[in-house]
Every structure is written in structure tokens, then in C-alpha cells.
Design a protein around this ligand. Sequence first.
Ligand code: TXA
Ligand code: MG
Length: 318
Amino acid sequence: MNNISTDILKAKALLENDNLVAIPTETVYGLAGNAFSETAIRKIFETKNRPFFNPLIVHIHSKELLNEITDNLPQKAYQLADAFWPGSLTLVVKKKDNIPSLVTAGKDTVAVRVPNHPLTLSLLRLLDFPLVAPSANPFGSISPTAAEHVARYFNDSLSLILDGGHCESGIESTIIGFEEDEAVIYRLGAISIEDIEAVIGKVSIKNSKESAPEAPGMLLKHYAPNTKTIMVDDIEQYIQESDSKKIGTLTFYKKTVSHKVLHQEVLSEQKNYKEAAANLYQAMHRLDNMGLDIIVTERFPEENLGKSINDRLNRATK
Ligand code: TXA
Ligand code: MG
């Protein structure tokens, strides 16, 4: 497809004219526009069919730029930025007036991160504005972790998809905010709670619509394949009892033994959480494109990135 390339100068020109470009990050591909342009921001919401109550993440190339979009950072925010940037951690901080309220859904906080992808970091350094970038998928569907995924969703409406290969982490950034200087996780993601607590001590988790009105957009149903998808505790038993003809499975490290299964995705034979997270959306995209009757997934152990994977699978199967 001729709109997939690594041409960051073309990306720069498009972005400077309020157009959108899909960009690779180490988590998932983003649908990027100028964070200071209302025209560009509106195009993002329209292209994704995303409700305006769902705020966007601002992407910058270095933590030194933080003071252009926020002030009065809590000490823990500095510690986290030092420990994890560039990387898959998003900080929700008090916003300065120059951040359009369209970006933040009218809130007085803004979400920000330094992504860890060489192509996108080079692009950000060429620009004199930050980029807002939600995941490059239509609202509610599986996030893209390869340029082809973005092309399948938006081939007609995007003039450039920057190709940065497969996303290394493969699952969205972990989002952390601060309530009276206490750190609160709003979205489980590519950096585990264990790794975060090793830096700043105990954190609390509020990752549902009910527990965190501060983080709109954490919807019960999200990341969903078009194919009917369910999560079960005992995958072998479920398959045995199922009448479905075309079954696909998604498991952590073991293959299912049943001959009834048409296609199997095993996320990490080594039982490695990072590898499993990196393969999650790729596997879901493949399964969803096979014309199956049902996708059956198993619940992951509730530790490390298993928690983040369960969060995505829970929302995908609602
Ligand atoms: O890994 C990622 O974070 C990817 C890549 C492209 O950077 N981006 C991403 O963006 O996942 P998106 O739009 O799919 O998810 C952003 C989420 C929103 O749904 C919302 O829950 C949270 O970020 N968010 C944004 N601004 C916020 C704010 N001011 N307060 C609380 N939560 C916020
Ligand atoms: Mg998203």
C-alpha cells in the first residue's frame, strides 16, 4: 500500500497543515495530530468516531518539555518520568492554558508521555508542537500493533501511515494520575504495577468508569473483536461442551488439546508476560480475520502484566 512509508518529512508537512498521520509507538500505533490545532483534534475524533468526553494523550520527545504543558508536578511524577521515559507510562498532570480543552475533554488535567520509538521520537524532534495520539483504531475495536492493522482500518482516510514495524510492548501505556499527591493507576498497561511500586511505593488502582470518573473513556466494553469472544477459567472443558463449529483459542503458554479447535494462538510458550503482552493484539487481529464462530480465551494469572492482559480481555469479551 503506497501510503505506508517511513517518510518523516512527509509526516512533518502533513502535520503542519493540520492533517493526521498514523505513528508507531512501542505500545500501539497512534492516530496523531498537532496538539495545538483544533482542526486536527476534531479530525482525530471524527476519524475514530470517538466521543468527545474521552480525552487524548499528548506525546512529547523529552521530559524537559513537561514544563510547557504543566506546572506544579508532584515529586512522584518526576520520579516516574525519570524511571520510565521514554516509555510506556502516561502521567495525568495539571494542564496549562495552552492545551486546548478539546484535548482534555474539558478537564483541568492532561495526559502526557514520551513514547519510546526511534521513528516517532525523530518526528517529534522535527516539529515545534507536541502530538495528540489516541490508538489508531475505530472507537472500541482492537488496537493496532502493526502498520497493516492501521491500513485495514483507515486506508482510505489517511494519507500517511508511518511504518515502524511491530510494536515492541504491544499493549497500551499504563496511566497514572495523582490525587492529593497519591499515585493512582487509571489504566493498567505495558508497565506492571510491580515495576511502578518499585519506584514510588504503594499505588492504588481505579480502572473502571465507576471508581474513576477522573479518567473518562475507561469503558467496560473496548478492544473488542467483531467475532464473538468469551473468557473462561477452564478452556478444555468449555471446548468439550461447546456446539460451535469454528472455534479459535487464545492461551498463555499451553496449546489446547482438543481437535475441535480450528486455530490456536499461544501468546508465550516461555510463559513470559512481556512476550504475551507483545503478542496479544496481533493474535486477536489474526483470530478476528478467520471467519470463526467464536474466540475462546483463558484468564491469565493475576500478577505482573497478566493483570493488564486480563483487563484487555475482560473488556474485549463484554
Ligand atoms: O499507549 C498509549 O497510551 C497509546 C499510544 C498511541 O500512545 N495511546 C492510547 O490512547 O492508548 P487512547 O486515546 O486510546 O487512550 C487514552 C486514555 C483515555 O481513554 C483516558 O482514559 C485517558 O487516556 N486519559 C486521557 N487524558 C486523561 C486525563 N486528563 N485524565 C484521566 N485520563 C485521561
Ligand atoms: Mg484506545
